[in-house]
Design a protein around this ligand. Structure first.
Ligand code: PMP
Length: 404
């Protein structure tokens, strides 16, 4: 029969479910450590000073232009995709005519467009995700009909990367042409990245097993504060000259442009001919979905990336964000230790990026929520820089309370 009453019920995404439960809690002491958003020391949203300055300038420069609401091309704002590519790959990483780059609806749109393209062009038998991975990865790949498989990643006992198991799985169970999803830096949700030696080994495996690397770069510059360091793994793969690959790039976190949806998808191919053909396919997919990406955020990001003065200011902003996260990690760690909390907590400070995989079990998380009104995802992942004052995230004012 027709009608939506026959639809299978789909549970709300865990982040949004947690937010709803939090909103319904009347306690004045409630705290949520859920969302992947940066807040300043007062737990307020933070417009990066470099972006703010550019906006002031934009009022003057572009507000008068009658073209300011025009459509962009299907592949996006050309100056943006070029500088975004260079930021990620480094200027001399590979020949420019081997790349195809499209502006996307931020990192999510890039992941989604990339998944659609690869599902059709490579017809992989599976995509391999880290266990665990960003929750939307399995959703995105599931939606394009590619089988999702997992490689071991997190060692829950040692609270570290289980590299041996990861290698073993990839070396024995992958099939040539499979896609492997890799977090360029600041792995979400664990905050644990491979070392450079381990990255080189992963690249070896991609070569020997014929795996297609799909890098997801959502935290460049935000993780370590250093744009090149956070792109090291991706650039190492490129430097080998043997691998075609895809990279999804987001400016949500590193430019604080969350709601503007600024991102890009980059495909590195083995020849200019391959790039030209792939571009046709990608533009067809993009056309069918969004026709053209939005204009405003791409202009903002391009200004930061092309104007030397703004770029230098942005580096300071990146440093401010990454340092504040590091100091909040340190503060939380010290409170946990001084409270004599059972277990080891060094992982809170050794993990990088905005997330910490605490190692708390789902039962512990539930207990903390019901008894202390502190809201944490069931996986035990917390967002360190968090959100609204006295409500979300860890800040100097609430760190004692959160630790307790
Ligand atoms: N990939 C990863 C690993 C992420 O953590 C995020 C943000 N949570 C994204 C992609 C995409 O974010 P956005 O769509 O805002 O760029």
């Amino acid at each position: 029969s027709y009608g939506f009453s026959n639809l299978e019920a789909i549970p709300l995404d865990p982040h949004y479910a947690l937010k709803e439960a939090f909103a319904d809690d009347p306690s004045a002491k409630k705290v949520i450590l859920g969302s992947g958003i940066y807040r300043d020391g007062n737990s307020e949203p933070w417009v990066l000073p470099s972006i703010e300055e550019r906006k002031a300038e934009k009022e003057v420069d572009e507000h008068k232009s009658s073209a300011r609401y025009e459509y962009l091309p299907i592949s996006g704002y050309a100056p943006f995709v070029t500088v975004a590519r260079d930021l990620l790959f480094g200027r001399y990483g590979a020949k420019a005519d081997h790349f195809v780059s499209l502006q996307t609806i931020s990192g999510t749109g890039a992941n989604s467009l990339g998944a659609q393209f690869l599902s059709k062009s490579l017809r992989p038998s599976a995509v391999w995700l880290s266990n665990p991975s960003w929750v939307n990865h399995s959703n995105i790949w599931g939606l394009v009909g590619v089988k999702v498989k997992y490689y071991p990643y997190w060692d829950a006992q040692k609270k570290t990367l289980d590299f041996d198991s990861m290698v073993k799985k990839l070396e024995t169970e992958t099939v040539s042409g499979d896609v492997i999803l890799l977090h360029a830096c600041a792995h979400n949700p664990t905050g644990v990245d491979p070392t450079k030696e381990q990255w080189a080994k992963i690249a070896d495996i991609c070569e020997s097993r014929g795996l297609f690397p799909f890098f997801d770069s959502a935290y460049q510059g935000f993780a370590s504060g250093d744009l090149d360091e956070d792109a090291w793994a991706l650039r190492h793969f490129v430097s080998r000259g043997t691998l075609e690959l895809v990279a999804a790039q987001s400016f949500s976190k590193n430019m604080g442009l969350y709601g503007e949806r600024v991102g890009a998808l980059h495909l590195l191919t083995s020849s200019p001919e391959a790039a030209a053909k792939a571009k046709g396919h990608l533009c067809q997919l993009q056309r069918g979905q969004i026709s053209q990406p939005p204009r405003r955020g791409a202009h903002l990001a391009t200004a930061i990336l092309t104007n030397q003065v703004l770029f230098q200011k942005w580096l300071i902003d990146l440093h401010e964000m990454s340092s504040r996260i590091k100091s909040m990690r340190q503060a939380l760690y010290e409170e946990l230790v001084s409270l004599g909390t059972p277990g080891k907590w060094e992982h809170i400070i050794s993990q990088i990026g905005m997330f910490s995989y605490t190692g708390l079990s789902s039962v512990q998380v539930e207990t903390i929520q019901s008894e202390s009104h502190v809201y944490i995802l069931k996986s035990g992942r917390i967002s360190v820089p968090g959100c609204e004052f006295s409500f979300e995230g860890v800040n100097a004012a609430n760190v004692k309370h959160v630790a307790k």
